[in-house]
Design a protein. Structure first.
Length: 158
């Protein structure tokens, strides 16, 4: 069964996708990298996941390729609030770092240093092939002319 993973309110895609196995949501290390600061490989397929000052170890749930790790225990170890929505098949991870402030871009600052535009080399297209200009006497026709007429001929009767 496929599961959607939401970290701090944002959907996190992965390949292969997170799934439910033996009552646990499992996912590859690619998905864990979206909420971890660092992932260190260990012996075999074990990993050590670091987020801020916390470090947690994880072993793969089954012998898969790529290895799949249980998300909820790992996220709890890293300080996340884990919530499971069975109806929507969604695992929500919320790290208690407070709300994130979303800011708009600052307005244009004319006093900011400007970078001179660089010239991009674009080659000129090759000139077209010149057409042959026919001058002088016309050349003979090269299309074959049929030797038999296309209309029916009446044959004289003896």
């Amino acid at each position: 069964m496929l599961v959607a993973v939401v970290v701090d309110g944002s959907f996190v895609p992965s390949a292969p996708v997170a799934s439910l196995r033996d009552g646990r949501v499992v996912a590859p290390a690619d998905l864990i990298a979206n909420f971890a600061d660092r992932i260190d490989p260990g012996p075999g397929a074990t990993i050590t996941v670091r987020r801020r000052e916390r470090a947690c170890g994880a072993e793969p749930v089954a012998a898969d390729d790529p290895p799949l790790y249980a998300l909820a225990p790992l996220a709890r170890c890293l300080g996340a609030d884990v919530r499971w929505d069975g109806a929507g098949k969604t695992l929500a991870l919320a790290f208690g770092e407070g709300p994130r402030v979303v800011r708009t871009l600052p307005p244009f600052d004319p006093n900011a240093p400007h970078v001179a535009p660089t010239q991009i080399f674009t080659p000129e297209p090759a000139p077209p092939t010149p057409r042959v200009i026919a001058t002088g006497s016309p050349r003979p026709r090269r299309t074959a002319i049929p030797a038999t007429p296309s209309w029916p001929l009446t044959t004289p009767r003896p």
